[in-house]
Design a protein around this ligand. Structure first.
Ligand code: C2G
Length: 132
């Protein structure tokens, strides 16, 4: 069984996330999503709208996703790949090159991002909408 792993916050789920998850799953038979904890998001300077628990429930409902585990820090990726017998690591191409150190442990694939959508854009658009 070919196992794929990807990481992210996946807040305010949108079509960019779904495109990434669908294409990640297409690279294997099993997709493990490592979901940023609320504490780790604080480290990334992000505050998700939905809690970790809610973002996990939402991700687990997606047919491309087989398993969701927490991401607590930047350092856990090598052990995640080894402990879960991962064959392919996938991220959007905004991360190109950042995780090449994983090439010693698995295939590393950066996929094009979906243009025109992001959680930040959604929050910004809604803010403007509410100011009208
Ligand atoms: N993504 C995408 N297209 C978008 C928005 C996001 O392909 N329009 C991808 C990102 O490239 C990433 C995934 O969807 O691969 C999740 O995006 P975020 O939730 O923003 O994740 P991020 O904050 O980049 O966290 O350790 C790595 C970090 O946890 C990645």
């Amino acid at each position: 069984m070919k196992k794929v792993i990807t990481y992210g916050t996946f807040d305010l789920l949108h079509v960019g996330h779904i495109n990434l998850l669908r294409r990640a799953k297409e690279l294997g038979d099993y997709l493990l999503v490592v979901l940023s904890s609320d504490e780790f998001n604080a480290l990334k300077g992000k505050k998700a709208y939905y809690s970790y628990e809610d973002r996990k429930i939402i991700l687990e409902a997606i047919k491309y996703v087989d398993e969701v585990i927490p991401e607590y820090n930047w350092e856990q990726k090598i052990s995640d790949v080894q402990d879960n017998n991962i064959d392919v690591f996938v991220m959007g191409h905004d991360w190109t090159g950042k995780f090449d150190f994983l090439k010693d442990y698995c295939e590393v694939v950066y996929l094009p991002r979906t243009e025109g959508i992001s959680t930040t854009k959604i929050k910004g658009d809604l803010k403007l909408e509410n100011q009208k």
